[in-house]
Design a protein around this ligand. Sequence first.
Ligand code: HEM
Ligand code: HEM
Length: 179
Amino acid sequence: MNILNSDQRYGLISIIFHWLMALIIIATFILGLNLKHNFQYYYEVLALHNSLGITIFLLAIFRVAWKFFNIKPNQLPNKVILMKLATLTHIFFYIIFFTLPITGYILTNLQGDIVLFYGYGLPEVLEQNRGLKNYVHTIHDYVGNILLILFSLHVLGALYHHLIKKDNTLRRITFFKMK
Ligand code: HEM
Ligand code: HEM
């Protein structure tokens, strides 16, 4: 397997970035929902949610940098509108990789807590402020909901390609052989 992408398939590093970040994002999202609905172990869950969320931010920087060394594999044929929707979804994912951690960081400070990154306290960028906190919380919540919608579209698209069109779209972003 090549380290770099080709016009036919994703390379090793892009595949690792994709699945590692997918896993961490899903875990962070579930922890976020837990913060909202279950107040037991709130600070332990928040510390893990913060750490994983910031990990996403850091990985996203490397993932964007890696894109500069790579070509994007050609999209496999589909209805033009669906191809455009897929590209748009990918662009929004990248925007979310940064907006959720940034709003989350600010939100944590505004509610009066220090952001913990695997046990290390990170600098406080804003002081506690209840009014502003509610506002930023709403943004973090909305962006989280947008992520959920995009994720659903993305998975449905992948399954449509794999099970109905039976093409290589899903295979070429895994370690499995292409048809
Ligand atoms: C991609 C990364 C992230 C995802 C997917 C995510 C997702 C979520 C979700 C779904 C919620 C529940 C929505 C709500 O409370 O209304 C939430 C809440 C929250 N998140 Fe995040 N988040 C991310 C990153 C972060 C980061 C990096 C921080 C802090 C450094 C953070 C801090 C918070 C806080 C303080 C809450 C509110 C908890 C509460 O309701 O008391 N988030 N997040
Ligand atoms: C939160 C989780 C996920 C995120 C944020 C995400 C994000 C992305 C992004 C940004 C791309 C564009 C390629 C790149 O820049 O690396 C991509 C490609 C892809 N993803 Fe995901 N993904 C997630 C989960 C999944 C899951 C669960 C599946 C399968 C069921 C999947 C299937 C695919 C496929 C098949 C492609 C290639 C599309 C193509 O070649 O046009 N992804 N994903």
